[in-house]
Design a protein around this ligand. Structure first.
Ligand SMILES: Cc1cc2nc3c(=O)[nH]c(=O)nc-3n(C[C@H](O)[C@H](O)[C@H](O)COP(=O)(O)OP(=O)(O)OC[C@H]3O[C@@H](n4cnc5c(N)ncnc54)[C@H](O)[C@@H]3O)c2cc1C
Length: 410
């Protein structure tokens, strides 16, 4: 089996798909090495293992809503798109979504998957509790009162097999999406705070071409109207695809047409292949205040980037307190690259990282990066606390794989 992009061939000898927590717990107790897998959308080997893997797609798929506490308990393997429909039908919403609804809840929070919005934390910031199967097969409930709660949430698949995730919810809301065309990178970088604060969720797409600028995708909560212009940019008069020239049919409704949050916050519809399909992704986070300088530094290698790029997306993510989140205590700007599926990407990623090193970039854990463990440790202040927690929870490293061993030096 391969990952979604077809660039990682999973090495596991067997994949289990247990139907109950009890069945999962006895598997975990029996195996000496085991790793959970979600919907396999990561672009690196984080979900791989050379032992056995486990997916939770055969577990019961019911959600439970606690209206008084505004919390939903979600089966860990459920896809965000499925969860969103079930929540909206019952009058509820989560605060944000990634660009695609196809990914599993546990897999997404394990890598701090994010959407956009200066006031929106990544998807893991909605977590209020977890149920995990520990290496000995015991089942543990972790609540936000647990002193190590912030260490468990973005767990990289290492804190146990997550079976249930409790997420904060709010009453359902509507979004209106407007795309502004003709925004140059110069204007964007010079006014980044104002532009990223324009709407509830804002993305800027560019190709790094010398001329041609980019597009601002602004998702307004209903009641907040889109302005008729944005600096030199103007509202699109028909639906757009983030990748220049592609048919917009797979994309969520635009043109300021009001509709439920889950049908506007992702860029792509559940029933279509998201993005280009034939691609590799990487993303690097810098402090929001450093973003204009980071973009200016990347301008120097723009022609090189552009040779193998589909599109870049720039998003804002609010700071959080989750130990392994790349947005830990730092209001962040994510500079994302959707690369063409060519080998040159791996060398290009090193070039981009070298340019962003002075800005203490933090890599997206589910995308392609080459950062050394030393760089990772130097920019992620809670790595030592996380590895200490892992030593207590999983002294034999039952849940680890080569990717996490390299990254954390275990
Ligand atoms: C087209 C496309 C668009 C994307 N857009 C975005 C985006 O907008 N924003 C963004 O941040 N990322 C984005 N990504 C990246 C992707 O969403 C994340 O990397 C996410 O982690 C993938 O989730 P998954 O369910 O596929 O997890 P997998 O890739 O299957 O696994 C990821 C990690 O989660 C762990 N895991 C999975 N299930 C469990 C469990 N039950 N218990 C414990 N650990 C578990 C695995 O061990 C692994 O470490 C995109 C990817 C693609 C392909």
């Amino acid at each position: 089996m391969k990952n979604w992009a077809g660039i990682v061939t999973f090495q596991d000898s067997h994949t289990y798909s247990p139907a109950t927590v009890e069945e999962l717990a006895s598997l975990v107790a029996k195996e000496s090495k085991i790793r959970a897998r979600g919907s396999a959308h990561c672009f690196n080997a984080i979900a791989d293992t050379n032992s056995v893997s486990v997916t939770l797609e055969n577990m019961p798929q019911d959600i439970v809503i606690d209206k008084d506490r505004a919390i939903v308990s979600v089966p860990a393997g459920m896809k965000y798109g499925t969860l969103a429909i079930a929540l909206h039908e019952r009058g509820w919403a989560i605060h944000n979504m990634a660009s695609l609804p196809h990914i599993s809840v546990a897999g997404a929070i394990a890598t701090a998957t994010h959407g956009s919005g200066v006031g929106n934390g990544n998807l893991a910031t909605a977590v209020r509790g977890l149920q995990v199967v520990l290496p000995d097969g015991n089942v543990k409930e972790i609540t936000s009162e647990d002193p190590d709660f912030s260490g468990y949430v973005v767990g990289l698949g290492l804190v146990g097999i997550v079976t249930t995730v409790d997420l904060a919810i709010e009453p359902t809301f509507n979004i209106e999406q407007t795309v502004y065309r003709g925004m140059s990178r110069e204007t964007y970088a010079a006014n980044i705070d104002e532009i990223m604060s324009l709407a509830y969720s804002v993305s800027y797409f560019t190709t790094w071409a010398a001329a041609g600028g980019g597009e601002v995708w602004a998702k307004f909560r209903s009641g907040n109207k889109a302005p008729s212009g944005l600096f030199e940019a103007y509202p699109a008069t028909s639906n757009r695809h983030p990748l220049p020239g592609l048919n917009p049919e797979p994309c969520t409704e635009q043109m300021a047409l009001s509709g439920p949050w889950h049908l506007r916050l992702p860029h792509f519809k559940m029933e279509f292949t998201p993005s280009a399909g034939d691609e590799i992704q990487s993303e690097f986070f810098v402090d929001r205040k450093d973003a204009p300088a980071a973009i200016a530094a990347l301008e120097k290698i723009a022609p090189q980037i552009n040779e193998i790029l589909w599109v870049t997306e720039i998003r804002a993510i609010a700071a959080d307190n989750l130990w392994m989140s790349p947005h830990y205590q730092r209001d962040s700007i994510g500079i994302h690259f959707t690369w063409k599926k060519v080998d040159a990407v791996y060398e290009m990623v090193k070039v981009v990282e070298a340019v962003l090193a002075p800005f203490k970039y933090r890599p997206h854990l589910g995308k392609v990066f080459s950062a050394s463990p030393e760089h990772f440790k130097s920019v992620m202040p809670k790595v030592s606390d996380f590895t200490k927690l892992l030593t207590q929870l999983d002294p034999t490293n039952k849940f680890g794989n080569s990717f996490t061993d390299n990254l954390l030096g275990r």
